[in-house]
Structures are given as C-alpha cells and as structure tokens.
Design a protein around this ligand. Structure first.
Ligand code: ADP
Length: 510
C-alpha cells in the first residue's frame, strides 16, 4: 500500500485543524479576558463615580454651611467644653457675655472642625479643613492632602482615593476651598483675593460596605465570565474533536476506496495481461495448426487429384462425382488454411513500425490491383492534398488498401463501373481515412459481423472469396492503434472508414 503520502497528508490536516482550534481558542480567550477587564473597569468607574458624588455632596453641604456662617461674620455660641474660645481667631468681640452667659464666636473654620468632631462621634464620616498656608498649625495637610492642594493649583477640580492604611478602608475626597467675599474678613490679612484657592476640605467616608458590594459585583461578573468561558471553550473542544473524528473517518473511507480502486486496477491489469497472453498463445496455436495442417492436406489433395486422374471414367458416375467433391473440399480447405495463416501472420510475422508515406502504401496496393482496375474500368479519385506519413508497417498498410479497394471493385453494382473515392481528414490526434464506393452496399445489421473471420454475406458462386479480408483489415488497423468501421445502405455503395494515429509532434522529422 502507498502509505507515506496519505499519512503525511493526514497529519498535515490534523496539524492545520489543531492550529485553527488553538487560534480560535486564543481569540476567544482574548475576547473573554477583554470583556472581563472591561466589566471590571466599568464597575470600578462606577464605584469611583458614586464615591466622588457622595464626597462632592458632603463637600457642597459643608461649603453652604460655611458660607451661611461667613455671611453672618461668624455666629456666637455659648462657651462650653466642646466650644471653648478659639485662640486662633484674632477678631474684635470674639467673646461676649449676656447676663451670666458667656458667648464666643464660631467662625467657618471653627465650625467645620466642630462639625467634623460631631460626625466622627456618630461614626466614620469626618471632614478636614486644610491649607498649604494654615492659620492653625493643626490644619496643616498630610502628604496626600498636600498633593491634592498642589493639584488644585493646576486646575484639578477634585481628588478621590481609597485609603487602606487604617483599620477600615476609607474614601478620601477633597475639593478646593475658594475665597469668597465673606471670607475676606479673616483672610484678607493673609493676602488672599476673592476667588483664590485658600485650601481644601477633605471628606473622609467609610468605604467598607461600598467596597464589599463592589467586590460582590466583581465576583459575580467574573463568575459569569468564567462559566461562559468554560462553556464556550468546552463547545469549541467538542467541535474540534468531532471535526477531527469526521476528518479521520472521511480520510479512512477515502483510503479504503483508493485501496479498492488500486486492487481492482491491479486485478484488471493482471486480467488484461492474462488475456493478452492467451490471445498471443491462441494466435500462435492457430498459426502452428494451420501451418502444420498444410502438409497432410497437400498430401490428401494430391492423392485425391491422382485418384481423379487415374480412375476418371473407370468407376461408376457416383464415384467420379465423389472424387470431384473430395478434390474441391481439399482445395477449399487449403485456401482457408492459407487465409488463416495470413490472418495470424498480421501479428506474428510483422515488421517493426517506421515512418511510412501512406501514398507509397497505396501505390503498392494499386500496383497489385492494376489488372482488375483496368478490366473493370474502375475510376479512382485520390486525396487532393496528398497523403500523410505515419508510423507503421508498409506492407501491412498496402495490404489494408488492397483489401478495401479490392472489395470495392469486387462488390460493384453490375449496372455501373466502379467509382472509388479515397479521402483523408485530420481528426486530432488521428488521420481519418475513407474508401467510398458506389457498389451494392451492406445492410446495417451486418456492419459488425463482416469484420469477423470467415464471415461472408454472399455465396461463393456469386462472389468469390473466403471471408478473411476484412478481419485482416481490422487486425492491421488495430495493430496500428486505430479503429475501422463501415457506413452503408444497400444499393447505395459502402464507405469503409479507419483511423491511424499521427506521428507525435516530437517524433516528426519534417
Ligand atoms: P470476402 O470478400 O472474401 O468475402 P471480406 O472479409 O473481405 O471477405 O468481406 C466480408 C463480406 O463483407 C463480404 O463477403 C461482403 O459481403 C461484404 N463486403 C466487403 N466489402 C464490401 C463492399 N465494398 N461492398 C459491399 N459488401 C462488402
């Protein structure tokens, strides 16, 4: 079996399929990862947006409260433990007394600090007012706040981060605090103008529950992605294995079919060879038999003739007739054996092929038929453009023309002299020749039969012959690689056509 090529082709197909699978899996993995990353980014963006909005709202509320306070030029509240006089507030009438009640001024900064403390007591939330240039040292910024304050100077509207350094995670939001008209009361002496960034208020908010919900959402999103990824990858793998199995089955079927075709071809070749051998043996046998029969038959014929000569008229009339029949039978048998020998010699005693000008082969035939042509006044028209040269056996080709033209004359219509037209046409890769006569014609049901050995359509009393001529023509044409057939209608002449292969372009000498 031819195993190398199919195995290579099979593994090549497998390799390509595996490559396609890996490529698809790669693309799918990339898409799944991209989708997960994009989902995560959106959730994170949402988390920051919500935290920023919360921070901004609280910041706005604080700013509004501070503005309310500043518009009043600060408000007075009773002095208490949680509201001692603000030592950093250097304004006239900071402390007042009404009756026995001592009051002290609470300005926006002091109020911010106090609100932050209240918020811290309530749990979690706190505010921190800070500045790069604080009046109260405790309001100095920590490193993150300092970074935020510097960023505000360059136009950043607000800053947010998650601080995980403490025991619980916190959102830190900070936005700039701008100097308003009412603020100038305290801050004009620091050189600020209305609209300047004076500092910022940091809002610190608990982030644990928001982050927990964020983690939940991320986990759910990742879970959905993981399930989808595994499911689609599984389907892809299934598809891959199914396709591989299908390809395998197809390839197995193809190879089984190829093996079968190969086996049948081998069987056919062997049968052809056997047939060829048996044909050759048969021909050899026919040749040997007809050759070996000649001698005893000649003896029979000679002695029958001798009998005839010696005893003619000496015996009775029946004996004379019987001796005549025997002599005639022996003569016919001799003719048949000679014909059979001729027939088998087409194959066994042939010349090797060489370039033959068909016009020369035709001349040979016409030379042998010269007498009969003259006797019957047959008119022959030869091909106008001459005749080609082919590879063949000149004497056999001469015999072919002789048999066909001879028949065209023999089977002439008694009412008219024979007219025979020989034509040649080119039907790639063959030369097609035809010999058309105006004789008695043949009925279509005999077209096949007349090419067989000893098959005749007429009695010997009408047309002399043994029925071997066309069988020899068929054998000669087929030996040259061509085909012979007849076209005819009774009473309308017959046209014997045959093909002969042209000399291949490469082998031509002209
Ligand atoms: P034979 O001529 O010896 O009988 P052939 O093999 O040459 O043998 O021809 C076989 C038969 O084919 C002939 O007996 C004849 O009936 C028929 N035949 C051959 N050539 C022609 C022809 N040109 N026109 C009509 N019949 C033909």
């Amino acid at each position: 079996m031819n195993s190398q090529v199919p195995i290579d082709a099979k593994s090549d197909k497998r390799r390509k399929l595996r490559l396609l699978f890996l490529l698809t899996l790669g693309v799918w993995s990339f898409l799944a990862a991209f989708s997960a990353w994009s989902g995560y980014s959106q959730l994170e963006e949402h988390l920051y947006t919500v935290a920023r909005e919360r921070g901004q709202s609280l910041f706005d509320l604080m700013e509004i409260t501070r503005e309310w306070n500043a518009r009043h030029g600060g408000v007075y509240a009773p002095v208490s433990k949680t509201n001692p006089p603000n030592e950093f507030l250097k304004v006239p009438r900071r402390d007042l007394a009404t009756g026995s009640m001592k009051l002290t001024m609470v300005n926006p900064a002091y109020m911010t600090r106090q609100i932050s403390e209240v918020a811290k007591e309530r749990g979690g939330l706190s505010f921190h007012i800070t500045s790069l240039n604080p009046i109260r040292p405790a309001n100095a910024p920590d490193p993150w706040e300092a970074k935020a304050l510097q960023a505000f100077e360059t136009g950043t509207p607000a800053l947010l981060e998650i601080d995980r350094t403490g025991p619980a995670p916190m959102f830190r939001f900070m936005a700039p605090l701008r100097v308003g008209e009412p603020c100038m009361l305290c801050h004009a002496k620091q050189g600020y103008k209305v609209g300047d960034i004076r500092g910022g208020i940091g809002v610190i908010m608990p982030a644990a529950s928001t982050l927990a919900s964020f983690s939940d959402q991320v986990s759910r999103m990742l879970l959905v992605h993981a399930v989808a990824y595994i499911a689609v990858s599984g389907l892809l793998a299934l598809l891959f294995f199914k396709t591989q199995a299908h390809i395998q089955a197809l390839s197995d079927a193809k190879h089984a079919q190829e093996a079968l075709v190969q086996k049948r071809t081998q069987e056919l070749t062997a049968a052809n060879a056997a047939l060829g051998r048996s044909n050759a043996e048969l021909e050899q046998f026919a040749y040997a038999v007809s050759h070996d029969l000649q001698e005893p038959l000649r003896m029979v014929a000679s002695y029958v003739q001798l009998l005839g000569r010696r005893y003619q008229g000496k015996l009775d009339a029946d004996a004379d007739a019987f001796i005549g029949f025997a002599a005639d039978g022996a003569k016919r048998m001799q003719r048949m054996i000679t014909d059979l020998l001729d027939y088998s010699r087409v194959q066994s005693k042939s010349d090797p092929f060489q370039p033959v000008a068909l016009s020369e082969a035709l001349d040979l035939a016409l030379g042998n038929l010269d007498l009969i042509i003259q006797e019957t006044e047959a008119k022959l028209s030869l091909p106008v453009g001459g005749m080609p040269t082919i590879l063949g056996d000149k004497s056999q080709l001469g015999r072919l023309f002789q048999n066909l033209i001879g028949n065209a004359i023999k089977y002439r219509d008694t009412g008219r002299p024979p007219e025979i037209t020989i034509a040649v046409t080119w039907k790639k890769p063959f030369w097609a020749l035809s010999i058309q006569d105006n004789g008695i014609g043949i009925e279509p049901q005999h077209f096949e039969r007349i090419f067989r050995v000893f098959q005749r359509l007429h009695g010997r009393d009408k047309y002399e012959g043994s029925g071997i001529g066309l069988a020899i023509c068929k054998k000669i044409v087929e030996r040259h690689g061509g085909r012979i057939w007849v076209e005819s209608q009774p009473g309308q002449g017959a046209c014997f056509c045959f093909t002969l292969p042209a000399i291949p372009e490469a082998e031509r000498s002209d």
